[in-house]
Every structure is written in C-alpha cells, then in structure tokens.
Design a protein around this ligand. Structure first.
Ligand SMILES: Cc1cc2nc3c(=O)[nH]c(=O)nc-3n(C[C@H](O)[C@H](O)[C@H](O)COP(=O)(O)OP(=O)(O)OC[C@H]3O[C@@H](n4cnc5c(N)ncnc54)[C@H](O)[C@@H]3O)c2cc1C
Length: 584
C-alpha cells in the first residue's frame, strides 16, 4: 500500500499533560537557544559558546481523540509543582483551575456511618493544591503548544511503531481510516501516515497500546516488578444548592470494598455546584464477581453520599485505569530513538493518587534530554539514557521512592496494607519496615476462580443482589456510557482483539464466569445466547457467544489489563472515536 510519509524531528504520541508539557518545553528550549545563538553570532561570537542555531525543528503531537483533552479523564486534585515549573505564572496566564483546595477530609465508611479521621493521612494532604478538570487543563496546554509552534494532530492514533533493521525506533505509523467491519476499504479510505522522527516520545497514558508492545519487544521491563493497576469510575453531578462548596476535598476508605479489595472514594467540589465523585477499585481484586462500576454505584448508596446527591442530577460519566505499581514497576524509559513519559512509564504516585505533576515533570525532563540530543545530533540509547539520570536527580525520585512499596502491601488485605503504608511513611518507603522491595504479582493473577468462592452456575449478580439501578441515584452501565458521549463509527473492525473466543463460552465461563462482563465499566463485553442450525433438519440449537459492543468503549484499558488469560488486546480504533470527556 502506498503511504504518505512525513519527516519530523520529534513526534509525541498522545496529547496528555506529559507529552504536551514536553512539546511545549522543547519548543521553548529550541527558541531560546536559537535566539541566544543568533545574538552571539551577530556580536561576532561565531556560535562558540552557545553552539549553532538549531533552525526549524519540526515537533508534532498526535492524539487519537477528536480534540485535545477529549480522552482525558482524571480526578483531579493537582499538586501544582510540575505546572509551576513549566509555566511559572500559570494562574496569570489563565490556566483553567476549578478552585484552590480549601478543606481536606478523610472518612472511614462503614455501611451506615462515616467516621472522620482526626488527622488527614499525610499523602492525602492537599493544602496548596488545586481542584482541576484535567480535560480543560489539557486543552489549555494544547493551545499553549500551538502558540509555541508545535504541530498538533487530533484524530491521529499511533497504530504501530516504526523500527529500522537494527530495532531502532524511527517513528510511528498512524491508523488507517475508512476500513469497514469486514476489513475492506470504504469510499473514504485513507491510509495512515508514516511519521518519521529522530526521537519518538510515548505519552499514551496508562497501559499505552504502543508502549506495551515496545516494552515487550525490547524487554524494557526486565528485572522490574510487573505494573499493577486500579480502575477509577467517575460521575459529575449538578447539585441544587451549595451544600458541597468548591474547594472541599474528601477521600474515603472502607465501604463498599471488602477488605481484600484495594479501593477508596473521592468527592471534590467544583465550580457552579458541580460535584465530582468517583471510586477506585484495585485491578488486583480476588473475587471474580467484582464489578468496579457496581462498586461505585454502591458507594453512592451510602447514607452520606445518598443525602449529598439527593435532588441532584448526574451529568457526566467516565472511567479510566490508573497505574499503581510505583517505583519498582517502572520500565526502562529509553531506547534508541524513543522515550516514555508520564503514566505510560508509571510515574503516578498511588498513595497520593497523583500523577499530573510528575507527568508534567517527566515531560520536561524528556524535552531537556531531546534538546541535548538535537544539539549533539545523537539519538541513540546511550545519549537518551540521560533522561533516566535526570529523573533520578529530580524531585520525582524521592517522592516515588518514599511510596515504592505502597500498593504491594495491600495484597495482604486492607488493614495490613494500611499498617504497611504507615510503616513506609516512617521508614522512607521500606516494605514492612525492612524490605527495600516487596514483590507484587500482575493484577490478573490475583483473580480467583468461581470455585474458590463457592459460586456455582451462572453467578452474575450474586455479589450485587441488593443493588438496584434506579436511574436517579444509581445507573446501569449503558445509561452511564451515554453520559460519556462515546462515539465510534460502527462500520469498522472492532478495536478489541480477543485472540481466542473459544475460551469464552467454555473455560472462562466455568472458571471465572466471564469476568469481562463485569470488569468493563462500559458494557462492551456481553455473553449472548445465539441460535445456530443443528444437525437435525430444520432444528436449531443455542449456544453462548461473546459479543463485543466496541462502540461503547471508553478507552479505559481495563480489559487489556484484567483479562485472566491475557488474550484481550486493546488497539487504537479509527481516529476521533471514543469518549468526549468535556469538563471531566
Ligand atoms: C480516575 C483517575 C483519577 C485521578 N486523580 C488524580 C488526581 O486527583 N490528581 C493527580 O495528580 N492525578 C490523578 N490521576 C492521574 C493523572 O490523571 C495522570 O497521572 C495523568 O493524566 C497522566 O498524564 P499522561 O500525559 O501521562 O497521560 P494521559 O493523561 O492519560 O494522556 C494520554 C493521552 O494520550 C492519548 N493516546 C493514548 N494512546 C494513543 C495513541 N496510540 N495514539 C494517539 N494518542 C494516544 C490519549 O487519548 C490521551 O489523550 C487520576 C487518574 C485517574 C484515571
């Protein structure tokens, strides 16, 4: 197939806070350098001290969403440290901030009561931080990039990495457009473009589809702990009055999670009486009947939440995975021609549920590394290695090392996990006060079989028998997905590749009761009764088959992470498809 190709200097895959900060900072470094070099040459310095101007450096950011920010979902309480380094006068420049944090509280929820902790756990101390809609903040960063001369291409998913004969990354191929569900070209067919670059930066967020393949291909996770994840499910509500002021931050522990399931809730007050609430469930839960969306719905039935939401209206919905493995689960972040930034590299601090500040900082450090590589005209792994050195010398490292064993401790249940977290805080991150590194298994391996819980037959619903979706306080997945404004052209191949669907009705049904129907927060996976002609003339027999409602997909990546057989591969759909997380 004939493909167009474009030669860029640097290509950033994914327009999240990490990559937009990187692109913006790089454009600024190049501009400042060129101004200084030109000035020096003008005064007869001959470019000796500063070096030659770099000239026109082509920087591109590609994004799979229809617009910048469309696929961005977060909490979010932002530690402003990263943004203040990137744009020191960010407030004066009009960064969209909902509110400074004015009040912090931490509650332990029993099924009926909410017990307020007299002290806030130190990692959840949000004094001096801001509540933000990361969707809006990201769109604003996108505008800053464009003003700085960065080329931004929404609706362009990175579909494949491009390698040379020596396995050096040389760019990225964007996805084809206009392929029908049978895989045939439609009238509007447009082949993807080969974007060649001296350096490609992967900032795809959590469980990046290209990052996953790159890590596997180049063995970048060798000697590291496996990455583990959580899933955050979130709604925005319009409240009828000022009962929950902008700037109030509440975190909860306890109800509805059982003590073997890592989980907790958040409630943030935004502007204009909008309440932002969500629930995080560890994607290393054991009970195969757990449904993170139902956990969140049940969270809202707690008397405290039900009262808070009474008379309000749910206006937005979304869900996204969170990389929770921390320091020990971070892969090698560089190779020939490529760097990995932000959540794709696991920079998130799970104890604080914060990753925006470190995503921005990692992007800035990547930009400084690339700038140096451009000056030296050397894009090899040995040159790009200095990115990891920069990370180690920055404030990111002490922060992440302090919580390096946080998530792993919860494998032993909530109370030992909490005790371990407290010990780590005192010992500077040691697990159980002694170990530098606690081992954690990949989350899907923690999932137990139905038989281990004594579940029999078709158990779907057993765990949530008492949960009703009343359409006022609690919503089923389909209603919620409607509020994520998801759109995919249905006449395209499914972007969720199940490598062996024979397992679904047999082994998976028996062993785990088809958990994809539950762990997916968007009702993408459904086991349906199918009728097919039988051996008897005119007769029909029925069987259960997996139906993939891919057009519901909110790009959270949970299926790729949590499938017990690891046979679901999430790949990018046609550009522009997916949720529209306006205001989230
Ligand atoms: C529920 C939840 C709550 C959170 N709460 C907080 C909080 O309160 N405070 C905080 O600091 N952090 C919070 N975080 C974490 C924070 O959102 C992330 O750390 C941060 O967004 C990471 O930025 P990023 O740029 O690495 O990735 P992302 O923000 O995920 O951005 C990645 C971008 O890349 C695009 N992309 C992905 N793959 C491709 C591809 N192949 N081609 C083209 N584009 C692609 C995506 O569409 C997306 O726009 C939360 C996260 C979640 C999920």
């Amino acid at each position: 197939m004939e493909r167009e190709s474009l030669e860029m200097d640097v290509v950033f895959v994914g327009a999240g806070p990490a990559n937009l900060s990187a692109a913006f900072h790089l454009a600024r470094l190049v501009r400042e350098h060129d101004e200084a070099a030109t000035k020096e040459m003008g005064t007869g310095g001959g470019g000796q001290a500063t070096g030659k101007p770099l000239g026109e450096i082509q920087i591109a950011v590609i994004e799979k969403g229809a617009s910048i920010g469309a696929h961005i979902l977060s909490g979010a309480v932002m530690d402003p440290r990263g943004l203040a380094e990137l744009i020191p006068d960010f407030e004066a420049q009009g960064a969209p901030l909902e509110s400074p944090v004015k009040e912090d509280q931490f509650l332990y929820l029993t099924p009926k009561h909410a017990i307020r902790s007299p002290i806030n756990p130190p990692p959840l101390n949000n004094h001096g931080y801001y509540i933000v809609s990361l969707n809006r903040l990201t769109a604003w960063l996108g505008e800053k990039c464009e003003e700085a001369g960065v080329n931004i291409f929404p609706e362009f998913p990175g579909a494949e990495m491009l390698y040379d004969a020596d396995d050096r990354v040389v760019g990225v191929r964007t996805g084809d457009k206009g392929i029908d569900k049978e895989g045939k070209r439609k009238a509007n067919f447009e082949p993807g473009i080969d974007l060649f670059a001296k350096v490609t930066v992967l900032g795809e967020g959590v469980r990046g589809s290209l990052t996953k393949k790159l890590i596997q291909r180049l063995g970048l996770d060798e000697g590291r702990e496996p990455q583990v994840y959580s899933l955050g499910v979130k709604e925005l509500w319009e409240l009828p009055d000022d009962r929950y002021p902008a700037g109030r931050v509440t975190h909860t522990l306890g109800f509805p999670s059982d003590q073997w399931t890592y989980g907790g809730g958040w409630i943030y007050g935004m502007q204009n009486r909008v309440l932002n609430l969500g629930y995080v469930t560890g994607l290393d839960y054991r009970d195969p009947l757990i449904d993170p969306h139902s956990e969140f719905q049940r969270f809202k039935t707690h008397p405290l939440l039900a009262k808070l939401l009474d008379g309000g209206k749910m206006i937005r919905y979304g869900a996204k995975a969170i990389a929770a493995g921390g320091w020990h689960a971070m892969p090698k972040m560089y190779a020939d021609g490529v760097l990995i930034v932000g959540d794709s590299a696991g920079f998130l601090n799970a104890a604080r549920l914060k990753g925006i500040h470190s995503a921005i900082k990692s992007g800035m450090l990547a930009a400084e590394t690339i700038f140096e590589a451009l000056l030296a005209e050397d894009f090899s792994a040995s040159k790009l290695e200095s990115y990891e050195r920069r990370v180690k010398e920055s404030w990111i490292t002490p922060e992440l090392r302090r919580y390096r064993n946080f998530h792993a401790g919860f494998r032993h249940g909530r109370w030992l996990g909490m005790a371990n977290a407290g010990l780590q805080y005192i010992t500077g991150g040691r697990a159980w006060g002694i170990l530098d590194r606690d081992h954690q298994e990949p989350g899907h391996e923690a999932l137990r079989k139905l038989s281990a819980y004594g579940y029999q037959g078709d158990n779907a619903g057993q765990r949530y028998q008492d949960l009703r979706f009343d359409g006022k306080l609690t919503f089923n997945k389909v209603t919620d997905v409607y509020h994520a404004t998801v759109a995919h052209d249905e006449d395209q191949p499914a972007h969720l590749h199940v490598l062996d669907t024979n397992i679904c009705a047999t082994r998976c049904a028996e062993e785990y009761g088809n958990p994809c129907q539950r762990f997916c927060p968007a009702a993408v996976y459904e086991m349906v009764e199918m009728s097919e002609p039988s051996a008897v003339a005119g007769g029909h027999s029925s069987c259960r088959q997996l139906q993939i409602n891919f057009s519901n997909c909110v790009h959270c990546k949970t299926c790729d992470i949590m499938d017990p057989y690891q046979i679901i591969n999430w790949v990018t759909p046609e550009g522009g498809g997916g949720p529209d997380y306006k205001g989230m």
